[in-house]
Design a binder for this molecule. Structure first.
Ligand code: 5GP
Length: 209
């Protein structure tokens, strides 16, 4: 039996730094990055099919009807969704797949795919979170308050995750996630079948072929 890949879900409140961590992580680990669909407009430099699949609301809703998403959620007035068939195909073919999604979406993935690895990225402190949200620059006072309040509420969801990684520095956070991946790759419930199978194969080749 071929070993399935890992489905790694990185999530956490706005401003915790999950996007930056994922960018660095994919430079260091062989991971297939899922490209989400969204109804938000592209930002400067973003490309369709690379950063997101940019869809209008009608097309997004059609995809919901056709059950094309592993999960979808409304985040700050826009829809975001993870394409289902591609992600599951990659995992079943043995690739380690990474999703960087919001908390509502991550919890929906957990219901459908509980063997995923759910990592919650935390800011080092609430003070630092406030600074990071402000430093993004694009936020108005109103949108800052919305994001800060929702981050404050969202931190309660950490208990639903398998791992919590405090983002003190990107380098340390990436190292911690790489260690998690490495440990998960050694879990008996993930590799038992292939160990037993290769043992049987060896015996067969030695004594029966
Ligand atoms: P942004 O618009 O800044 O790229 O992303 C806004 C939020 O949407 C981030 O928290 C990001 O993780 C989340 N997000 C991106 N793609 C998806 C997705 O496919 N599903 C869900 N639920 N959230 C997503």
């Amino acid at each position: 039996m071929d070993k399935k890949g890992l489905l790694i879900v990185i999530s956490g409140p706005s401003g915790a730094g999950k996007g930056t961590i994922c960018k660095e992580l994919i430079k260091q680990e062989e991971l297939w990055v899922s490209v989400s669909a969204t109804t938000r407009s592209p930002r400067k430099g973003e490309e369709d099919g690379v950063n997101y699949y940019f869809l209008n609301k009608e097309d997004f809703k059609q995809k919901i009807k056709e059950d094309d998403f592993l999960e979808y959620a409304e985040v700050y007035g826009n829809y975001y969704g993870t394409p289902k068939s591609k992600v599951l195909e990659k995992v079943h073919n043995g690739n380690n797949v990474i999703l960087e999604i919001d908390i509502q979406g991550a919890l929906k993935v957990k219901e459908k795919y509980p063997e995923g690895i759910f990592v919650f990225v935390l800011p080092p402190s609430m003070e630092e979170l406030k600074k990071r949200i402000i430093n993004r620059g694009s936020e108005t006072e109103e949108s800052f308050m919305t994001r800060f309040k929702s981050a404050y509420r969202e931190i309660n969801y950490v208990s639903k995750y398998n791992y919590a990684v405090v983002n003190d520095t990107v380098e340390d956070a990436v190292t911690k996630i790489r260690n998690i991946i490495s440990a998960e790759n050694c879990r008996v419930d993930r590799i038992k079948e292939s160990i037993l199978e290769s043992k049987e194969e060896f015996i067969h080749e030695q004594f029966y072929d």
